[in-house]
Ligand binder design. Structure first.
Ligand SMILES: *Cc1c(COP(=O)(O)O)cnc(C)c1O
Length: 472
């Protein structure tokens, strides 16, 4: 097209101000604000200019495009104002899926957090004395109650932003400038670049590695103890296992060695279950109580793994050590906000009441295969246009908890002769709300263990729509 006719087309474009005066666009300003609407209008006009320049938009198409301008502005506006963070349906069967936000909050945690977040609160205000209070007071008593029931020694708990922060804070508070003895078999990296040697470096404590990858004996710890030793550290391996020719001293041995030399033992438990999971068939995941009963001085664990609450790092241990950790300046930098305290307090209340089923992650671990199969059957019957059948499978705990331990489940296997598993998984992912499935051996697998029952129908509808599109 000639330069002259391009400039004719350019002349037909309204100015941004003219476009904003269009009736439909004016309504958008009313609803979504002038700044956002202006930016969207500017983008749409810029895109049209670029299309004219490149020849992608020419001749007769221009009047059509001009008529579409207000709706193009609306679409652009919707896109720019849409939340990036969206709920998804987790059909992977991985209960604590780090990429999908780990533990979903309980209803009571969510309600309490919403109530506290949208109002003023007594976060740092002592209502009885009418003076300044401390935010950690709100969970102190509830943790004390829970631990008192299980343990025969006094214990305190404080909370920070996440477990990585808890480990950093504990190491810095208890071992700055001194040595921390760790087995080479426990120098792990946990998803998203939490590496024990690096955290140690940042905490200003000196790592004293002992033993070998597969075998570390209590004598290795003993020989490494000097006047510089400040801590014995045990790290839960979380996302891997060492099998075969292996050796690791028991926690009790480590504790008695530490106490003999007046050196505290810190255990990074990672997941930190507060409920005994053996009844659910999950093995190899020590509870916080078990570690403390073995005599560990301080344990650190995540709020959003097996605990089933908000993202957080919890430190429970001997009151004098927890006090030292609390007094560290770093605590202020790593502290958590009111939403978190509210969600944590509500989650803890469920524990106090033994109401494990109100905590979604725990309920998902406890739900029976019979129940999953019944739901899978209903789903299979509802699916049209695609093939769906039930198969035995395994759900995974995830979040670095109980590595190697799985829960038996029933999977819904979905397929279609004209659609690859990857395309089917993609179509599910692009559903609104997105449905995240597992793909194995060119089959799409849906595990309803991690799907909230009320979402089963949403999955059925999405599969029906995908199947319907294939038939056309
Ligand atoms: C998960 C995990 C961490 C990190 O916890 P975040 O809460 O994600 O910061 C640290 N140590 C261990 C052993 C873990 O399993």
């Amino acid at each position: 097209m000639s330069a002259a006719s391009k400039s004719d087309l350019f002349r037909k474009l309204p100015s941004v101000d003219e476009l904003l005066r269009d009736k439909a666009v004016a309504q958008l300003i009313e609803r979504e604000g002038r700044s956002a609407t202006t930016a969207a209008a500017r983008n749409v006009l810029e895109k049209m200019r670029a299309d004219i320049s490149s020849g992608a938009l020419a001749g007769e198409q221009i009047s059509e495009a001009l008529a579409q301008l207000p709706s193009a502005v609306e679409q652009g506006l919707q896109k720019s104002l849409a939340y990036s963070l969206r709920p998804v349906i987790n059909a992977t069967g991985v209960i604590l899926h780090t990429n999908l936000g780990r533990a979903p909050l309980s209803q009571s945690a969510m309600q309490h957090a919403a109530e506290i977040a949208t109002s003023y609160s007594n976060l740092e205000f002592d209502l009885e004395q009418g003076e300044r209070g401390k935010r950690e007071e709100h969970v102190k008593d509830i943790f004390r109650q829970l631990f008192e029931r299980q343990m025969d020694r006094p214990l305190s708990t404080i909370v920070v932003n996440n477990n990585a922060a808890a480990v950093l804070l504990a190491l810095n508070s208890l071992a700055e400038g001194g040595e921390v003895i760790v087995s080479r078999g426990e120098l792990v990296e946990i998803g998203g670049s939490f590496r024990i040697p690096d955290v140690m470096g940042k905490s200003q404590a000196i790592l004293r590695e002992i033993g070998t990858t597969n075998r570390t004996r209590i004598a290795d710890y003993e020989q490494a103890i000097t006047e510089k030793t400040k801590l014995l550290l045990r790290v839960h391996r979380s996302n891997f296992q060492i099998t075969g020719f292996t050796e690791q001293p028991s926690l009790e041995e480590l504790v008695s060695l530490g106490h003999e030399h007046k050196i505290p033992v810190l255990e990074d438990l990672g997941s930190g279950a507060l409920m005994d999971l053996r009844s659910t068939g999950v093995s190899g995941e020590p509870t916080v109580f078990e570690s403390l009963r073995a005599g560990v001085d301080v344990v650190t664990y995540s709020g959003d793994k097996m605990f089933g609450g908000p993202q957080a790092g919890l430190l429970t241990g001997a009151p004098e050590l927890i006090m030292r950790i609390r007094q560290n300046q770093l605590f202020r930098a790593l502290r958590v906000d009111k939403l978190f305290y509210a969600a944590l307090e509500a989650t803890m209340t469920s524990y106090l009441k033994d109401d494990f089923d109100s905590i979604p992650a725990l309920r998902m671990m406890r739900v029976s295969v019979v129940e999953i199969e019944a739901r899978a059957n209903v789903l299979c019957r509802q699916v049209t246009g695609l093939s769906a059948e039930i198969r035995d499978g395994q759900s995974v705990i995830g979040g670095g908890a109980a590595p190697g331990s799985t829960l038996p489940t029933k999977l819904v296997v979905v397929s279609h002769s004209r659609m690859s598993a990857d395309s089917l998984a993609e179509a599910l992912r692009l559903n609104s709300p997105p449905i995240i499935a597992r793909v194995e051996n060119d089959r799409v697998l849906l595990d309803l263990r991690t799907v909230f029952p009320e979402q089963d129908a949403v999955i059925a509808a999405a599969l029906g729509r995908i199947g319907g599109n294939l038939r056309r």
